[in-house]
Write a protein that binds this ligand. Structure first.
Ligand SMILES: [Fe+2]
Length: 229
């Protein structure tokens, strides 16, 4: 007998909360304020390479969802990613304000060579969202990404608050997502409910979520390697 969709998500969420990607030493070191300003700059450069394309990942999933009702939830998320019609407040633009405060030039950052770990992380998102089964991609984006943001951005935000040269407005990207992504995660769960009754779809959701979390663990490994030497 297959588990009901609600029970399935409860079990999956519990497993995700215990995943190493949420408890990585890089996050703990960041939280403790162990990253110098130069190391925070390295983090920002690498993270922008992923973050600037977040809309592309979501848009790719939207293009692959065959059904209207679940597709609408993702469109709502994407609309918010683009600042709800205010071009100054697209999420990449909010991240660029963080980079401005760090005296980083976004054009120059876009030319930055990603770390091997960052490259793998970005590739995982582009590939799964464009070429994966849409249910697997929703698993990667919802339970595997949006749902963990409050857990992974809090230590980063706390660490950034310890850097005296950064003001609250400069680091808005992080607390903004700690609340907004709870909503985005709920929207994706809502989109997945009609599929999540079937066991084969439950497998796809989990596969996507775990692949995204593994890739994120690799991203943190790389950042720990270069930021916490
Ligand atoms: Fe965002």
């Amino acid at each position: 007998m297959s588990t009901s969709a609600q029970d399935y998500f409860e079990e999956l969420e519990e497993e995700i909360r215990a995943h190493p990607a949420l408890h990585h030493p890089f996050l703990e070191k960041f939280r403790q304020g162990k990253l110098s300003l130069d190391r925070i700059r390295i983090f920002a450069r690498q993270y922008y390479l992923y973050s600037r394309w977040f809309g592309r990942y979501v848009a790719a999933i939207i293009a692959n969802i065959p059904d209207e009702r679940p597709r609408a939830f993702l469109i709502k998320n994407l609309y918010q990613e683009y600042g709800e019609e205010d071009p100054a407040n697209t999420h990449p633009a909010i991240f660029r304000r963080f980079m401005d405060a760090l005296r980083l030039d976004p054009n120059e950052v876009e030319e930055t060579e990603p770390l091997p770990e960052t490259r793998l992380f970005i590739h995982e998102y582009l590939f799964t969202c464009r070429n994966g089964h849409f249910i697997e991609a929703l698993g990667a984006m919802g339970p595997g990404t949006e749902s963990i943001v409050p857990y992974i951005y809090r230590p980063i935000y706390e660490g950034l608050k310890k850097e005296p040269s950064l003001k609250e407005d400069d680091i808005e990207f992080f607390p903004l997502h700690m609340t907004l992504d709870v909503e985005h995660s709920a929207n994706i769960k809502e989109a997945l409910l009609e599929y999540a009754e079937k066991e084969q779809n439950q497998k796809l959701i989990k596969q996507g979520a775990m692949a995204a979390l593994s890739a994120r663990t690799v991203l943190w490994n790389g950042l720990e390697r270069v930021c916490c030497r």
